[in-house]
Structure formats: structure tokens, C-alpha cells
Design a protein around this ligand. Structure first.
Ligand SMILES: *Cc1c(COP(=O)(O)O)cnc(C)c1O
Length: 218
């Protein structure tokens, strides 16, 4: 059943769009089921939960971290994480860099852009991120590899607002590729409720949870 959900979503995604199956709050058994159907990319948003699953599940899973990450927890995931989507401050990026150097790896990262109307969501504003990238200190960091932009749209039924949030991210992502290099190639936006809008506005990495695994129990 889980694999049927994954296949149905994949059939709707344009070529070149990667599906990250968001497995937070769901047990390892459900991840195994998706894995047996061929899914390899999974997203988690809590370090402790991710560590438990990492221990028991196959080592060729590509784990993505998608939630708000506290600096004091970076060290636990640094050795194995495939992509951190949710880098929301220069301080966090500096810590990921420090831990990446310790592990002798460049940790793939996305910078989280705040485009939604809710104040509560995390991320850099467009102006903050432009300034941060222009200042250029990230270029000297050998423990990170910045590969693109992540965002979450406003939590609303208004499709025009959602599309406009994604458009803001898409335009900023293009600006980054033009000004800071082709390494800015990942555009992580779109969740269960809005992934079809997201791919219309340039997403090439969607993060889908409830539409695959069902509602989460908190
Ligand atoms: C939980 C979560 C998702 C998946 O949400 P669904 O609506 O269940 O698809 C995607 N991105 C982030 C950052 C999340 O925290």
C-alpha cells in the first residue's frame, strides 16, 4: 500500500523531480516497506528519531534532514546525513561546517528561504540570504556543500498565494545560480498538499509525508 502511494505520486512528477518520502513520526517498519518497494530517499525532522531509525535500517538509505536543526545536535547526524534542507541561520551553517570538517566530508546543504506569510516559520528572508551569500564567507567553508534552496509555502487554501511563494523561491534560486554558481541546483519545495503547484514553479525535490504514510500520530 505504501509503495502504491509512492508509485502514484511518482507517476505525477515530471522527469527529474526527486521524491523525498517524509517518514517522521512513522515507525521503521513502514520505512522498510517503502524501501522494499525501491524508495531510498527519506526525510526526518527530529534528530533522536532519525538516529534510532538510522541504527536499524539499511545503510544505503539516503537520509535527508528537513526540520529545524539545533546547533548542538549537528554532530550526531554529521557523519551520515545525505542532505540538510533546513539551514536557517549563518550560525547553524558554521556549525555544520565545523562538524563536516571533523568527519572529513562536505555536508550537502540547502538554505531555507522564508517566503510564507506565517511569522512562525524558520528561514532567511530574501534580503538576508542575498546579503549573506554576497558576503562570501561560505565560499571558504570546506565542511559544507551548498546545493540549493528550500522553502515551505504559506499554510493556506489560496493557490495563488502558494504559487507566489514558490515563485519567489524559484526566482531567488535562479538568481543564486547566476551569481554564485551552478552548484545552486536543488529546489526543494512541495509537500502533500501543494507538490503539484510546486513542480509548476520549478521544484525538483518534493518532500511528501502524509500522502505516502497516512496521517501522523503526535
Ligand atoms: C512534515 C514535513 C513535510 C511533509 O509534510 P506532509 O504534508 O505530510 O507531506 C515536508 N516538509 C517539511 C519541512 C516537513 O516538516
Amino acid at each position: 500500500m505504501i509503495s502504491d502511494n509512492i508509485n502514484a505520486i511518482k507517476a505525477e512528477l515530471p522527469d527529474g523531480v526527486v521524491l523525498c518520502a517524509v517518514s517522521k513520526y512513522h515507525p521503521a517498519e513502514m520505512i522498510s516497506e517503502a524501501y522494499d518497494g525501491g524508495q531510498r530517499v527519506f526525510g526526518e525532522s527530529h534528530v533522536q528519531e532519525l538516529m534510532k531509525k538510522y541504527e536499524v535500517l539499511p545503510k544505503d538509505i539516503e537520509w535527508h534532514f528537513i526540520g529545524h536543526l539545533q546547533t548542538n545536535k549537528v554532530k550526531y547526524i554529521a557523519p551520515f546525513i545525505s542532505l540538510i534542507h533546513s539551514v536557517d541561520t549563518p550560525k547553524l551553517l558554521a556549525e555544520i561546517n565545523r562538524q563536516g570538517i571533523k568527519c572529513a566530508r562536505r555536508i550537502p546543504c540547502l538554505l531555507q528561504l522564508h517566503v510564507a506569510m506565517e511569522e512562525t516559520k524558520f528561514g532567511f528572508s530574501v534580503d538576508e540570504l542575498r546579503e549573506y551569500l554576497q558576503n562570501g564567507e561560505w565560499r571558504e567553508m570546506n565542511g559544507i556543500d551548498i546545493q540549493g534552496i528550500m522553502c515551505m509555502a504559506s499554510n493556506t487554501d489560496d493557490e495563488e498565494r502558494i504559487l507566489s511563494d514558490f515563485r519567489t523561491a524559484n526566482e531567488f534560486s535562479r538568481y543564486c545560480a547566476e551569481n554564485f554558481g551552478n552548484n545552486f541546483r536543488i529546489r526543494s519545495w512541495g509537500m502533500s498538499g501543494d507538490y503539484l503547484l510546486a513542480v509548476r514553479e520549478g521544484s525538483n525535490l518534493v518532500r511528501i509525508g502524509s500522502k505516502i504514510f497516512g496521517e501522523r500520530v503526535y
